[in-house]
Design a protein around this ligand. Sequence first.
Ligand code: ADP
Length: 631
Amino acid sequence: MGWLEARKIPILFAVATLLPIAALCWLALRTLDQDRELERQRRRERLEVTAARVAVDIERELQWIDTRLSEGIGIRFLPAGLTATDSDPILFQPDPAPDVTLLPRELEEVARQEVRNPAAAIAAYQRFAHSSSAAVRAEALLALGGLYRGQRRVDEATRVYTALEQLGDVQVAGGQPAGLVARQGRLKTFLEAGDRARVRDEAIGLGHALRKGEWSIDRATFDLYETEMVARWGGPVPTDDNIRRTMAAIELWHTWRRNELPPRGRRFVGGKDPSVLAVWVTTATGAVAALFTPEKLQQRLRSTWQARGLTVAGAHGDGRTIFGGRVDGAVVLSPVQTQLPFQIAVGGGGIQENDYTLRTALLIGGVVLACALMIAASYGLYRITTRELQLARQQSDFVAAVSHEFRTPLTSMRHLLDLLLSRGISDEARKQSYYGLLAGETERLQRMVETLLSFGRIDAGAHVWKLEPLNLADVVETVDDIERDIGTRPLIVNVESDLPLVQADREALGRAVWNLLENAAKYSPGNSPIRVFARRHGSTVLVGVQDQGIGIPVSEHQRIFQKFVRGEQAKRAGIRGVGVGLALVKRIVEAHGGRVQVVSEIGTGSTFTLVLPAINSQVPNPESQSAVAHG
Ligand code: ADP
């Protein structure tokens, strides 16, 4: 209970401050929550609008592809097969129709004699190599190359195959393109000659040519050359992409051949798991199509969302991913909504959050500031209140102390008077001693009243200072008067001769020294000595009172000079006092332009020193200064 009572005020203040702060924080949190929800909705709406724009842009891109197709740019569907552009190669054909070119009988004759008479065969083939028929030329060059290869004539064989390569798509050896067969022949020539480096170059060249769709071949031929020639001898590893695209194109071509392809359209093709987007337009000469594998499709469309800082994924109507994977918090637009051939999921990567972050920061900052202000205000109020309370308590203590101080001498005076008046005392000597005691008590009472009155005047600023040049030795000498008060204890007075004068109010300074002496006597044991000194120190004069009393803790060295403040030691020891003496001393000394120093330690004693400016230093006199300098 006592603990609670003592801390009632701080607890009250803490509660009064913390409650509104908690309410404020709660409100701020709610506002933040609502703001976040609102922001989320707003962002969602913005994303929906942006997603619709992306869909429109994708549609525009697809329409642009349509336009290009209408201009005939793309993979062309012809009854004979597919023709591709450089950027959209077709690796193999649906079913390349073999050219039926009849070869001259003589050529077959030469072939039959090859083994018996190679030289004659070579000469004959060389002749056929200049035939007007490309098919004959191709056949002759192929046979010639074979013969040279057999005779290890690498250079001649290479030259002949290179000539054969120029014939490109001309069919040879039962329907294979001359270019492809020539490259194969050259590769084998190098292989047989053990020239690994050129074999590899050949494999790489062949790989690139196959990948560009240079010849009209079927899938089986393509695969055979890929594995047997290119991959085996260090050519480029085939990429799935073009194969998938070619197969999708072939699938679409078959539909077109069956007359089942609408005049224009967009559709995913590619066997059981259709993932290649086909866009086509039929023209007078056939159909033109563009085919996009998922990667190509994403590449092609990316510009429509990348500039906006968005993430977009494409999926089939049933949710199977086409490109882009999962997008968190995305707006999903179905093909029905967008008229696109696939569903898009648009996520807002780069939507501006600055506004929201700024608002949040401002709100949090405002709340923190408000809380800080409330705490500061509350603390200030608490300080003022406690100070007022303390002052009130000190004042009531003061009144109690003063009453007590007065009562003690008054009681003994009354007692003495009663004794004297009762005429019971006939002994003159005793009578005299009673009178003496009575006078002492009266004087004490008077000093006390005077101290209080003069403190009241000085504190109110109403005191009129009577300043005059004063030798402080005179002031200290008057302490003789006090010997009565300090009892029988030894008083050691030590005054330096030749003290500089001080501009001072004699009576006030006397009261200050008297107060110090009274304290020294009050706060030290009855027989311990008290020292009084006065000496010069630089441009000041020091007047000090030293005792060997109870001492003052360092923590109180400042406080004891405040009015009504009494030391804890003093209160605990039950020593009388009202807490005004030192406050009065301080005010008097400060009015003289000086200060009070205290050096004290518990149990050892205290020294109070008045530091007062000497007249010379107060009013600088150029003559005396120069005299000192010369002296
Ligand atoms: P009081 O009436 O209590 O003596 P003062 O203003 O004269 O009031 O002194 C304030 C307090 O300073 C005292 O209550 C006491 O605790 C401390 N004090 C002053 N002088 C001395 C001293 N000479 N020795 C120890 N304590 C002292």
